[in-house]
Write a protein that binds this ligand. Structure first.
Ligand SMILES: [Fe+2]
Ligand SMILES: [Fe+2]
Length: 252
C-alpha cells in the first residue's frame, strides 16, 4: 500500500476572479490545475496547499477557495505562505487547522511515514521564519515517532536555490532549522513552494524539492524574470521502502 500526496502551491487568488498576476489569470490556471488533478489523481490520499493562497489575503478569497476544493476538503491540509492571513485561514478552514493561536502546522501519520507541515509565515514580510517554539514542536514530533521516515512541507525553502532575488526573500535565520534537518536523518523529503519553479537540492539526508506555482512561473535567473513554463503541481508517493515524486504541468 502506498500513500499518494498532491502538493499545490502559490495559488495567488483574488476576490475578483478576473484579476491578473503578472498577466496571468490566477483563478483560470488554478481551476485548470484542479481539473488536471481530478483527471490524473482523483484517488489521492491528501492534498497539501503550501501557501500564498490569496494574493489579496481577503476572507472572501479563502471562502471561494474552499468552495473550489469542494468534496476534497477532508483530504486537504493547509500551511500559510507570505501572502496569507492566519486568522482568515483559521476562520475558513476550521476543521483543518489548530484552533489555538500560533502557527498553522499539522502532523499526519501516513502508514509508515510521518507527514509534517510547518508555518514559515512572518506577518508583513515576504521572507519567512521558523521560530524557536516551532522548532521545539518539530523536535517533539520527530521524537514521538523515531522509527518513521518524515516528509516535511514548508512554504519557504530552507536553503538557497541559487536564484539571488528569491534567495534574498527566503527563510531568515534558518541555521538552527537547517541544523535540525541535518541532524535528523529520518527527514527524507522536504517539499517547499514560494519560488514558483522546480528545484531539487539536498540538506543532510533530506531531498529538497520546490514546486511550480499554479499560476505565474519565475525563471531561474538572478534578477526577477518570468518563465513561460506551464503551471502545475507535484505528487509525492510514499512507499514502505521509499518514495517517488513528480511534477505535472498543464499542456500548452
Ligand atoms: Fe508565491
Ligand atoms: Fe511566497
Amino acid at each position: 500500500m502506498s500513500i499518494r500526496i498532491v502538493q499545490l502551491s502559490d495559488l495567488h487568488l483574488y476576490r475578483d476572479q478576473d484579476s491578473l498576476l503578472a498577466g496571468v489569470p490566477t483563478w483560470t490556471t488554478f481551476r485548470a490545475v484542479l481539473d488536471l488533478v481530478s483527471r490524473q489523481q482523483d484517488d489521492f490520499d491528501y492534498l497539501i496547499l503550501t501557501g500564498d493562497l490569496a494574493q489579496d489575503e481577503a476572507l472572501e478569497t479563502y471562502k471561494m477557495l474552499r468552495e473550489a476544493l469542494g468534496d476534497w476538503i477532508p483530504r486537504c491540509r493547509v500551511i500559510p505562505g507570505n501572502h496569507d492571513d492566519r486568522g482568515k485561514l483559521r476562520a475558513v478552514f476550521p476543521e483543518l487547522l489548530p484552533d489555538c493561536e500560533g502557527p498553522l502546522t499539522f502532523a499526519l501519520q501516513c502508514q509508515d511515514w510521518r507527514v509534517i507541515g510547518l508555518d514559515s509565515h512572518t506577518p508583513g514580510e515576504t521572507s519567512g521564519h521558523i521560530d524557536g517554539d516551532q522548532l521545539q514542536w518539530l523536535r517533539a514530533q520527530l521524537a514521538s515517532g523515531p522509527g518513521y521516515p518524515v516528509l516535511l512541507f514548508v512554504h519557504h525553502p530552507p536553503i538557497p536555490i541559487n536564484v539571488s532575488w528569491l534567495d534574498n526573500l527566503g527563510l531568515n535565520d534558518a541555521a538552527e532549522f537547517v541544523e535540525l534537518i541535518e541532524t535528523s536523518p529520518q527527514i527524507k523529503v522536504i517539499c517547499a513552494g514560494h519560488v514558483h519553479q522546480e528545484f531539487a537540492g539536498q540538506i543532510g539526508a533530506a531531498a529538497l524539492y520546490t514546486t511550480p506555482s499554479t499560476c505565474v512561473q519565475f525563471a531561474a535567473r538572478n534578477e526577477k524574470a518570468f518563465d513561460t513554463t506551464m503551471a502545475g503541481y507535484r505528487t509525492i508517493v510514499l512507499e514502505k521502502d521509499g518514495y517517488h515524486t513528480e511534477v505535472h504541468r498543464l499542456s500548452e
